[in-house]
Design a protein around this ligand. Structure first.
Ligand SMILES: *Cc1c(COP(=O)(O)O)cnc(C)c1O
Length: 421
């Protein structure tokens, strides 16, 4: 039996309605930007396996470091112990994070990095003697699948059944450059009528909302208002972090820096699951006390796993190398040229781009979870390219190591798919 046949017996896949979509594909190998399936087919990984494998799959620079770490210290409890990889990673990360970030708290995935950020915001006020219980979030955001993260996400098929159990969250529109007074008025009304503890947001690009992009100046105004009202700002950089936008972090585009930053995905270069929630000294200080109850009592068994830290340190070195920085510029420019070319196609409604994140909306009427995405997905896979459209949006977020020829191939299949929609 093939892997994909055996799969069906015991495996329950994420984000899958198995009755409608029983078939899955078995990947047996990955090398740089190519995935290999069990039937011997190859696919260009056009989304870096959810924007994680940004330095290419099985990159020997990273795998060798992890292998070396594996032979020295594989895992140890991080409550009460520390180790070189965690300390080294904290030092290297603080160097590139926005200058107000001082402390590093480890978690194990993107959703839990948000939970930790939410807890920091709520408990900051609790500890400073002012109970605040409301959070603000953007409409259409996505922050993960645990309860706090679902609460601050926009409503969708992902979180709909759990709505009755959410935290108290009020939503504001994303700033689009033309709605600044609406955004600010909505925000002010919420703050006036509620005790707002924090604002959780994806800066500049909302991933699961189909790479929806918003205005940096508008976001900066919101952040400034939050700061003036002691609302803890929690930037979800799980997707945007580590070079995607053309800067190390999307928050680098705003003058007002967030109090808390959540990171995962590319943090560990696609090798190991881990996350980090960083914060300012002021947040940390609100938990620093003679009172044990004011501590942040949150932990995951694999917090700061040494192997994940080793992968992250290697990833940070690559990110800052001339080669990767030049690749980011090269890919950004190539997307720009392709965008200008494809934008005029009759089947293209609009295009948008931030750094190496490129998205194209199709000029078709289609509901978000309908069959179009499967039709597009199947066409791309049959043509050797892995892209995972969101509704009528096709996006590219390829590894920084992608070649010119591979990028051209991705553009070509996108152009071809326009003929079948
Ligand atoms: C993927 C993602 C998450 C959730 O991360 P997981 O590791 O899948 O739990 C949260 N926020 C954003 C912006 C993401 O892209």
């Amino acid at each position: 039996m093939t892997i994909k046949q055996r799969d069906q017996k015991h495996i329950w896949h994420p984000l899958t309605q198995h009755k409608l979509h029983p078939e899955t594909m078995a990947i047996v190998k990955a090398k740089d930007c190519i995935l290999f399936d069990e039937d011997g087919n190859q696919y260009i990984d056009g989304i870096a396996s959810w924007y994680s494998s940004m330095y290419g799959h099985c990159n020997p620079f990273i795998t060798n470091r992890v292998y070396k770490q594996m032979q020295t210290l594989d895992h140890v409890v991080f409550a009460g112990f520390t180790h070189e990889p965690a300390v080294k990673l904290s030092e290297e990360l603080i160097k590139i994070l926005p200058e107000n970030q001082e402390k590093i708290f480890f978690g194990d995935n993107g959703s839990t990095s948000i939970e930790i950020g939410i807890k920091m915001a709520l408990q900051y006020h609790f500890n400073t003697g002012e109970k605040r219980n409301t959070l603000i979030a953007f409409e259409d955001g996505f922050h993960g699948d645990t309860f706090g993260a679902m609460s601050v996400s926009g409503l969708s098929v992902y979180n709909g059944p759990f709505e009755d159990f959410f935290l108290d969250v009020k939503r504001i529109p994303t700033p689009n450059g033309n709605n600044q007074s609406l955004v600010l008025e909505t925000l002010k009304a919420i703050v006036k009528n509620n005790k707002v503890a924090g604002f959780v947001y994806e800066p500049l690009v909302q991933g699961a909302a189909a790479m929806k992009m918003h205005d940096a100046e508008g976001l900066n105004t919101i952040l400034k208002f939050c700061k003036a009202n002691k609302i803890i700002t929690v930037a979800d950089e799980v997707m945007t972090g580590f070079g995607k936008t053309g800067r190390h972090f999307a928050s680098d585009f705003m003058e007002t820096k967030p109090d808390v930053i959540c990171m995962s995905k590319a943090l560990t270069a696609g090798l190991m699951p881990m996350s980090i929630t960083s914060c300012t000294q002021a947040i940390y200080d609100a938990f620093y006390s003679d009172d044990i109850g004011k501590g942040l009592f949150h932990c995951h068994t694999y917090s700061a796993n040494p192997l994940a830290c080793a992968a992250a340190i290697a990833g940070l070195e690559l990110l800052q190398s001339d080669t990767i920085q030049q690749n980011i510029k090269r890919i950004t420019e190539k997307h720009r040229v392709f965008g200008a070319y494809i934008e005029t196609h009759s089947k293209v409604k609009s295009i948008r781009q931030k750094g190496i994140i490129f998205a194209l909306d199709l000029n078709v009427e289609m509901e978000r979870y309908g069959d179009l995405r499967y039709k597009l997905f199947n066409f791309f896979m049959e043509n050797g390219v892995f892209l995972r459209p969101l509704g009528e949006t096709i996006y590219i977020q390829a590894p920084y190591t992608i070649t010119e020829a591979q990028l051209d191939k991705i553009y070509q299949v996108i152009e071809e798919v326009l003929e079948i929609v």
